[in-house]
Design a protein around this ligand. Structure first.
Ligand SMILES: NC(=O)c1ccc[n+]([C@@H]2O[C@H](COP(=O)([O-])OP(=O)(O)OC[C@H]3O[C@@H](n4cnc5c(N)ncnc54)[C@H](OP(=O)(O)O)[C@@H]3O)[C@@H](O)[C@H]2O)c1
Length: 281
């Protein structure tokens, strides 16, 4: 049984932090955006030791300094090559130091690596027993990797799988999403708005999405975000450094689709009909 999971299942939108903290000139705006998110009711912040080699965690630490720690749900991730019984505790301590906290709510193996899963799980369980993480999970794991994880002692304690999911990357609907639902392991959707303007411009200019968004009085990016959380059982973690975008992302929680709208979207952005390799960024 996976304890303490309800808090992420109940959340549908959190805050991503990749590329944040990289440029000092942007720091104030980035901190402000995260605070607008927290003040607007978002509690989940997703970060990783990889992001800016610790710079994103440091930024998060600054943003959350004035808030009550227990009101927030912090997720961080360990590099696969740090996911051993000797390295993981040290990587975790460095993350905690940067975040200015003594625990993370969820600690994820960032992607599958060479260290045996049994060793990583043992290291995660030890960190949990030490009170430095509340739960652990994985990221970028496909079905076969989840199945392998379940074979490992305590592997079933996995509390989430964080994978790429947006309207342009629907492959996981074929097998991974049903598998996770069956195993009662929450899905965390990363890059839910297809990385915004940097990669998602074809969505922004799509006639169907444009007209649907216009009818709803929202932006195409809000529509993309609302679509990833449409079943109410997915936590999406969009990243924004822009306070206005943060407010729009919070508003996306309230956006609903009719069955007819979902059918129109499916007809244009086809759901998978066979197994596809797990997409990663
Ligand atoms: N586990 C993994 O391997 C993995 C991989 C990738 C990402 N992630 C996590 O998932 C988070 C999100 O993914 P992502 O950052 O790749 O992509 P994303 O959230 O899909 O897109 C981020 C981009 O969208 C823009 N944006 C955000 N909200 C917007 C809005 N309402 N309107 C218009 N533009 C908007 C942002 O620019 P502005 O700042 O201008 O708003 C930013 O450039 C990451 O930050 C990270 O925490 C995890």
């Amino acid at each position: 049984m996976k304890d303490d999971q309800t808090s992420i299942i109940q959340e549908t939108i959190g805050m991503g932090t990749w590329h944040m903290g990289d440029e000092p000139v942007k720091e104030q705006a980035e901190i402000e955006a995260l605070k607008v998110g927290i003040d607007g009711g978002l509690i989940v912040i997703d970060t990783a030791e990889m992001y800016g080699e610790g710079a994103a965690e440091t930024l998060v630490g600054k943003a959350i300094a004035g808030y009550t720690r227990s009101d927030l749900y912090l997720i961080s991730k360990v590099y696969p090559w740090h996911a051993s019984t000797t390295e993981l505790p040290q990587a975790l301590d460095r993350s905690l130091e940067r975040l200015g906290t003594d625990y993370v709510d969820l600690y994820l193996l960032h992607w599958p690596g060479d260290i045996p899963l049994a060793e990583t799980v043992a290291a995660m369980e030890a960190a949990k027993a030490a009170g430095k993480i509340r739960n652990w999970g994985v990221s970028n794991f496909d079905v076969s990797q989840m199945q392998a994880l379940m074979q490992v002692s305590d592997g079933s304690h996995c509390a989430a799988n964080q994978v790429l999911y947006n309207l342009g990357a629907r492959g996981i609907e074929y097998d991974l999403i049903p598998w996770l639902q069956e195993a009662d392991i929450p899905l965390i959707a990363y890059s839910p708005i297809a990385q915004g303007d940097s990669r998602g411009n074809h969505f922004r200019n799509d006639p169907l999405l444009k007209s649907m968004a216009e009818q709803k009085g929202i932006s195409v990016f809000q529509l993309l975000l609302a679509w990833t959380i449409r079943n109410g059982q997915t936590l999406a973690i969009p990243q924004t450094s822009d306070a206005q975008h943060m407010i729009q992302n919070i508003e996306a929680k309230q956006i609903r689709f009719s069955a007819a709208e979902l059918e129109q979207i499916d007809a244009r952005f086809l759901p998978p009909t066979k197994k596809q390799p797990l997409e990663v960024i």
